[in-house]
Each structure stands twice: as C-alpha cells, then as structure tokens.
Design a protein around this ligand. Structure first.
Ligand SMILES: Nc1ncnc2c1ncn2[C@@H]1O[C@H](COP(=O)(O)OP(=O)(O)O)[C@@H](O)[C@H]1O
Ligand SMILES: [Mg+2]
Ligand SMILES: [Zn+2]
Length: 261
C-alpha cells in the first residue's frame, strides 16, 4: 500500500522543483533515494543516490533539466542544439571537440575555442550544456562579463566564497566570451583561480574568445600560465574556429524576401 502522505509529498516536490520521486516506485517506494551498489554487487549502505528507476526522480530530473525554465537557469537563452548546427566549412574541429565533451566521458576536459564573432561558439556551448544535462552532469554557461558582475555583487552580499566554491567544483563550466568587459585585478584573479582549481581536478571547462591565445597573453587578458594549461594536449584542446560569421547569410535571406514584395 502507498500511503497518502508519500503521494502528497511527491506532488508538492514536483510543484516546487519540477521533478520528484514516483510515489508508486517499487524500487524506492516513493522516497526517491536508494543505496548504490558496490563494484562487487553488494549494497553500499553508507551512501544514498537518486533512485534510477524508470519514471522515478532521476529520470524526471533529466527531463526537467532540458525544459526552458531550467535551461535559463543554466545560462542557456536560446534552444540551440547540435542538430540545428550546420557543419559549415572551418568549424569542423570545433564541432568535433564540443561534441566530444558533450557525448564522450573520456574526452579531454579542457577546451579553448577562439574565432571571429558569430561563428557558433555560444551556439555550441548551449548545445553542450543541453547534452551534458541529459547525461545528468551539472553544468552552467556564463558569459564572462556576467560572471564578473556576479562576482562583484557577491562582495557586499558576503557570498564570494560560496560562489567561488561552486564555480570551482561544478562538474562542467563554460566561460563564454573571455576578454570582453573585463573586470578589475580582483576579478581577474578570481577567474584565474577558478580555472586553475578546475584544471587541477580535471573538471570539464570550456573557454571561448574572439581573441587568439597569444593575443590574450599579450593584452593581459589571460596569464600565460593559464593559457599553457589549455595547450597541454594530454588534458586540453585549443582550437581555432575558422568559420566566418554565420549571421550575414541569415540577413541576406531576409533582404531577398523583402525585395520580392
Ligand atoms: N554553423 C551554424 N549553424 C547554424 N547556426 C549557426 C551556426 N553558426 C552560428 N549560428 C547561429 O548564428 C548566430 C551567432 O552565433 P553565435 O554562436 O552566437 O556566435 P559566437 O558566439 O561565435 O559569436 C546564432 O544565432 C547561432 O545559432
Ligand atoms: Mg558568443
Ligand atoms: Zn524510485
């Protein structure tokens, strides 16, 4: 028998968070938690994980994470995916590297992609966030300028350390448009600290920029010691997205339509 309290709790949880245990689940009996198994097949009573049964909390969570309100929360403003990314000339290795991180658990965790404005860097970051979330990997996409503002705001709120810890330990982090709207020395140091901490433990970290890495060093946008981590082939990839700006093509189409009226 399923008790009414369990049903009510699950309904409330679903309303609040967007996902909840299945109150009728035979595996967790609506608690949403189970003990994981050890490699030898025995139950590990010292730990709990989200119930992985079909239709229960973990599968509901993955579905919820791909919905609009959840994605906005992760920094994804447009519903861009790998499916609507055209394999344009010059973006081949870029697309391959993003896909590798999105789909392959053994991909090198660090990726630095640079190239001209409008050639799909943000699009591919968003597609990667969506795919990682589908795999149950927590992630966040930040435009660097927004993150700098967020860091600044955290000072009077006294939440800098909390924010920094989250940024250093989040399983996947995408820092988009590095080198624009840069903050003060303090913020630069914070950004560096985040990258170094993540590199040390091999967490998925993607940085995009309009500037070439050498230019970034030259212009003091990123210290050489950080750039060099992204050049280390054993753990990182540094890729030039050579595709041109995708947007003029879109505009050209619109103009043509307008002319024919
Ligand atoms: N290869 C592509 N296929 C489909 N859409 C693309 C492609 N490259 C860019 N776009 C679209 O062009 C616009 C600009 O791309 P964006 O990813 O914002 O560029 P970037 O971040 O490199 O400046 C976006 O609307 C994006 O979806
Ligand atoms: Mg962009
Ligand atoms: Zn369950």
């Amino acid at each position: 028998m399923i008790d009414q309290d369990t049903i009510k709790n699950c309904e409330e949880q679903k309303a609040q968070y967007g996902y909840a245990p299945n109150p009728h689940c035979a595996v967790c009996r609506g608690s949403g938690y189970v003990h994981p198994r050890l490699p030898d097949g025995k139950t590990d009573y010292s730990q709990v994980i989200n119930c992985p049964a079909e239709g229960c909390i973990e599968s509901q969570k993955r579905i919820y994470m791909a919905t609009e309100p959840s994605l906005k929360d992760k920094g994804v403003s447009k519903f861009n995916s790998f499916d609507n990314f055209k394999p344009v000339l010059g973006a081949e290795t870029t697309l391959e590297a993003f896909k590798d991180i999105a789909f392959n658990p053994d991909a090198p965790p660090l990726l630095f992609v640079y190239g001209t404005t409008g050639n799909g860097k943000t699009h591919l970051c968003e597609a990667t966030v969506v795919q990682l979330l589908k795999r149950g990997i927590e992630c966040r996409l930040w435009a660097v300028s927004d993150l700098v503002s967020k860091l600044k705001e955290s000072i009077p709120e006294n939440t800098t350390e909390l924010l920094m810890n989250r940024l250093k330990t989040l399983p996947a982090l995408m820092l988009d448009e590095w080198g624009q709207n840069y903050g003060s020395m303090w913020e630069e140091q914070k950004l560096e600290e985040i990258l170094i901490a993540r590199e040390r433990v091999g967490l998925i970290t993607i940085v995009t920029s309009n500037l070439e890495p050498d230019k970034m060093i030259e212009e003091d946008m990123m210290p050489e010691r950080v750039v060099s981590r992204f050049r280390d082939r054993t753990q990182a990839r540094m890729i030039a997205n050579k595709a041109p700006d995708y947007r003029p093509k879109k505009k050209a189409k619109r103009v043509k339509g307008a002319d024919s009226q």
